[in-house]
Design a protein around this ligand. Sequence first.
Ligand code: GRF
Length: 188
Amino acid sequence: KKAAVFASGAGSNFQAMMENKLVCDIVLLVCDKPGATVIDKAKKFGIPVFVFDPKQYPTKLDYEQEILAKLQFAEAEWIFLAGYMRIIGPTLLKHYRKKIINIHPSLLPAFPGKDAIDQAYVAKAKTTGVTIHYVDEGIDTGPIIAQRQVEILPGDTKETLKMRIQRVEHQLYPQVINQILGKQQGVF
Ligand code: GRF
């Protein structure tokens, strides 16, 4: 099986996918931020990259059509969002129905959207966590596949909390991908 990863930033989840044995091949990285660290990571692992600047396109329809062409050329059947900071539009949703998976750093439906770790920290929540879900037209609203709880400890700063959440992400995302794509690992 072949999959593409969409990311906008540091790419620690992308790296976790590359360093864990996935049952699928990552055939393309799609990145909407020229200069993002994840691009260097992809090059290091020899993964083809499609970088684009949304500002260079008249509409989301235009750039998503170009992404779609790249996905089809690479024969990607799945899309894994890993810190991709854009809403997936109808062009991609139509062609990849129930084939787009996202990771979000909270226990959805709590703290959707941007800065979910900060949101939980500022709200003084006792626990937060990680959610992996299918992508629909909403923001972090699709059907939930797996969740892991992460406690917010009394001494936590935003940074220590983020570190612990990301450690959970890096384990959970590859496991869930393998489970969904067919290799039973008993993560649920
Ligand atoms: C992760 O915390 C993920 O849950 C969120 O964005 C962050 C991406 O981090 N959607 P990285 O680029 O994988 O390091």
